[in-house]
Design a binder for this molecule. Structure first.
Ligand code: UGA
Length: 453
């Protein structure tokens, strides 16, 4: 095994947002990384130097990783696991119908990996799993006669800023019963810190003016698991709180952005994730909130607060449409409506649980003639209703629209601004479901509404 204390060979299992970002960055730190992906079309895309999802800078890092032969994409666990000192599991944890986490990929990856792992190699869990999963996997490992060290190393990167978040991390959490194993994993992040400026240049990213002071946090395994889900749950809670206040602002004439700017100026609260709008989506918050509720119930704990968070969130796309309908003065049935943004947020092609899609489909179901545009996500938007016209550019999407819904805050939508969107379309209503347009710059007489403003 080519495992020395400084730079072990690494295997990353699962090349989704987390796995591929981790693999591409480590490979550019001089680590030999086997990136295991069992989906053949995704694997062949990576082998050609291209990610199968849109993420700024990642293709360049894949290309340099491949060129240096440090990044080795493979469909075969046996290619790299036996010689790896550290094996990261980054497989998906989708939700089951009852809201609990579907851990079948996690277990499958762990079983396959452990059967091939050297006895001194460390298994690292990066997938978001309910608290207690690590202990159960360790039992599986022991039953297989492989009591390898296990480290919970949750991931905090965001889609759309995945490379930057990984290079300039606020914190690395390593939770393990084996401190030496935890230190080995932390060592990889120190390598990332060392190489990050060079990697940023390769990826075409500008380093932050003031890099965050990276904190290395060592905890027990269960704490690390719970840190991850609690972090996402708390951010989701902030969003649903902001949306609840926004609905009250709508009834009273307050402007939620003014409210949250001032509320967030309190350092104990912070301004981040208090932007009201059509609610959160994506592959993380919705499922992590429901998984936390279920996992708490499994332990006899009622997470009423998180139920309320999920309920408020589910209501938001419909709240936006209802508010717009009231202002429009009638149902959108028979009216041409443009929906700008089907990705669950800007900077990504990911459409999982996208509120923009819910809004577009609901409008279409109400009989509106809907056209949709997104700069990166249209191709992946299989869930868009068949009747919805998919447009390659903003202009054709808004052409002739009576109302325009902004459902993702892509910079190109924001740059167009209220007046230009109105002029391009002749729309009489602009519904800013992200509160991202500058209403103080509005000169035209188009009706503009946001959420809570
Ligand atoms: C989230 C977390 O922010 C990451 O730290 C975490 O690593 C990741 O989940 C994960 O578990 O893998 P992500 O889902 O990529 O990251 O996206 P966010 O930037 O957190 O946005 C989530 C959703 O919340 C988006 O739909 C966004 O539009 C919405 N949002 C965000 C709001 O509605 N209001 C806000 O103020 C902020």
């Amino acid at each position: 095994m080519s495992n020395n204390a400084i730079t072990p060979t690494v295997t990353v299992i699962g090349c989704g947002y987390v796995g591929l970002t981790t693999a591409a960055i480590l490979a550019n730190c001089g680590v030999t990384v086997y990136a295991v992906e069992i989906n053949q079309s995704r694997l062949s895309s990576i082998k050609q130097g291209k990610s199968f999802f849109y993420e700024e800078g990642i293709d360049r890092l894949i290309a340099t990783g491949l060129a240096s032969k440090r990044l080795i994409p493979t469909g075969d666990y046996a290619a790299g696991v036996p010689e790896s000192g550290i094996v990261f599991s980054c497989v998906g944890t989708p939700d089951n119908d009852d809201g609990s986490s579907n851990l079948s990929y996690v277990y499958d990856a762990a079983r396959r990996a452990i059967s091939l792992m050297d006895k001194d190699a460390v298994f690292v869990q990066k997938s978001t799993v309910p608290v207690g999963t690590g202990k159960q996997l360790q039992t599986v490992f022991r039953q297989a006669g492989k009591p390898n060290s296990y480290v919970s190393n949750p991931e905090f990167l965001r889609e759309g800023t995945a490379i930057g978040d990984t290079l300039w991390f606020d914190r690395v959490v390593v939770g393990s019963d084996d401190p030496a194993a935890g230190q080995q994993v932390a060592g990889l992040y120190r390598l990332v810190e060392k190489h990050r400026d060079t990697i940023a240049k390769l990826a075409g990213l500008t380093p932050p003016a003031v890099p965050p002071a990276a904190r290395y946090i060592t905890t027990g395994q269960e704490s690390a698991e719970l840190i991850k889900v609690s972090s996402n749950a708390f951010l989701a809670l902030k969003i649903s709180f902001a949306n609840s206040i926004a609905m009250l602002a709508d009834q009273t004439g307050a402007d939620t952005t003014e409210v949250m700017d001032a509320v967030g100026a309190d350092r104990r609260i912070g301004r981040a994730f208090l932007n009201a709008g059509r609610g959160y989506g994506g592959g993380c918050f919705p499922k992590d909130v429901s998984s936390l509720i279920r996992s708490a119930e499994d332990h006899g704990v009622k997470m009423e607060v998180m139920r309320a968070v999920a309920d408020v969130n589910q209501s938001m796309p419909h709240y936006v449409i209802n508010k717009a309908t009231n202002v429009f003065g009638r149902s959108f049935e028979g009216s041409k409506v443009a929906v700008l943004g089907v990705a669950f947020k800007a900077g990504t092609s990911d459409v999982r649980r996208s509120p923009g899609i819910t809004i577009a489909n609901t409008l279409a179901a109400q009989g509106a003639i809907v056209s949709a545009h997104d700069p990166a996500a249209l191709e992946e938007a299989d869930e868009l209703h068949d009747t919805i016209l998919r447009c390659d550019d903003i202009r054709s999407a808004v052409d002739g629209a009576e109302a325009i819904f902004i459902t993702t805050d892509w910079p190109e939508f924001v740059q167009h601004g209220i007046d230009q969107l109105a002029a391009m379309s002749g729309a009489k209503l602009i519904v800013d479901a992200m509160n991202c347009l500058d209403k103080s710059a509005q000169a035209s007489d188009v009706t503009y509404i946001g959420v809570g403003r």
